[in-house]
Design a binder for this molecule. Structure first.
Ligand SMILES: [Ca+2]
Ligand SMILES: [Ca+2]
Ligand SMILES: [Ca+2]
Ligand SMILES: [Ca+2]
Length: 375
């Protein structure tokens, strides 16, 4: 697989076409293209702003999509035997709470190195690797498995490798300098949506632009442009991601609730990394930060509305919280970056029984990307 191919585009005929009939035909096509691309001017229901005409409004990123077929990804099945007789071939990963796999992404060549949750098998795939790529793994096609995705800030293209079909997509969404890509399921259809957070220096706000998996868009403001850190998670547990910011000046989280259009606030503590996730397993994300100088985690538990602080990790560690034991609760976990010849070290505190799992996985400058990849 390679990302070197540019997306294909239809080229408009340049020669002069005689005849009014042909002109009328082209006009109809043009109207169709405008309608298909949502280029007609209208009022955005979220922002109240006028948008449209070639997508050239002041704020919204433009959308451009193409699909190509690529090699089928390798599937791994479990073979179930009774004696010597094959009874069934099952997808071993089709469980409600699949445990996350340990994985790193190598920016220099785009290599994804995946260790499955048992540590017994390894998978490698190449995807991305350009200078401005950022790994954005997520379940974009809703088959329950993580797709390999990079966001290329040069041009704002999301390159998506769908695990379900083996096809790839490149969608232009973002591309303005400073844009922050966010992958989350805002409409709750089980597919990750493409989100862009952008500082709005004209009005001091943080603007959000979401290209939904159903082709629709959302535009809203949440947060300020002064040092807010952004993330999205489902804080109210209704299945839809809610935008959130962590205000570094006050150590406070502010999140929007998709269920009732209200909002939540919690002072969590001093941390550099914004790590909302469901640590207590009640189905709602907990506001949380990780202090990468002290190794402290500050978690505002949604089940008790109380703050807990736990030290797990040390200076220089990166948070790699995820549900590695598959009990529905996010485990505290840190990654100590590799320093040649020492590999990267994963230290996971299992929420199910409190024991520690240690794995050595990662080379210098690798970026940890834990998720459920196995197939
Ligand atoms: Ca979605
Ligand atoms: Ca929600
Ligand atoms: Ca929770
Ligand atoms: Ca867990």
């Amino acid at each position: 697989m390679s990302l070197d191919k540019s997306p294909t585009r239809a080229r408009a005929p340049r020669r002069l076409l005689p005849g009014i009939g042909v002109f009328a035909g082209l006009l109809l096509v043009a109207v169709g293209v405008f309608a298909a691309n949502d280029w007609f001017p209208k009022t955005d229901p979220m922002s109240g702003k006028r948008v449209g005409w070639f997508g050239r409004n002041a704020d919204a990123p433009v959308r451009n999509s193409s699909t190509q077929t690529s090699a089928t990804p390798q599937l791994s099945k479990e073979y179930i035997y009774a004696g010597s007789r094959l009874l069934a071939v099952e997808d071993a990963n089709a469980t409600a709470a699949p445990p996350a796999d340990i994985a790193v992404w190598r920016p220099s060549n785009g290599l994804w190195c995946i260790m499955d949750s048992n540590g017994s098998s390894h998978t490698f795939a190449s995807w991305g690797g350009h200078a401005t790529d950022k790994a954005m793994p997520g379940d974009y096609d809703g088959d329950g498995k993580t797709d390999l995705v990079v966001y290329r800030s040069d041009g704002g293209y999301w390159w998506i490798y769908y695990t379900s079909t083996g096809t790839v997509d490149s969608i232009q969404w973002g591309g303005t300098s400073g844009d922050i890509p966010i992958a989350a399921d805002f409409d709750g259809d089980g597919k990750a949506d493409l989100g862009i957070a952008r500082k709005d220096n004209a009005n001091g706000e943080m603007d959000w632009f979401v290209y939904l998996s159903n082709g629709g868009t959302l535009t809203f403001s949440w947060g300020s442009n002064l040092g807010d850190k952004v993330a999205a998670a489902d804080f109210d547990g209704d299945g839809r991601a809610d935008p959130a910011v962590y205000r570094t000046s006050t150590d406070a989280y502010h999140w929007y609730r998709s269920s009732d259009s209200g909002y939540g606030t919690a002072v969590v503590g001093d941390g550099e990394e914004i790590v909302p996730s469901d640590y207590d397993g009640d189905g709602k994300a907990d506001a949380a930060v990780f202090n990468d100088s002290t190794g402290y985690w500050y978690i505002f538990q949604s089940s008790t509305n109380s703050l807990v602080s736990v030290q797990w990790g040390t200076s220089g560690d990166e948070p790699v919280h995820n549900d590695y034991d598959g009990d529905g609760k996010t485990d505290l976990a840190v990654y100590t970056p590799a320093a040649d010849p020492a590999p990267g070290v994963w230290k996971i505190k299992r929420s199910s029984n409190g024991t520690t799992r240690t794995e050595y996985w990662g080379a210098p400058s690798d970026i940890p990307v834990p998720a459920f990849y196995r197939r």
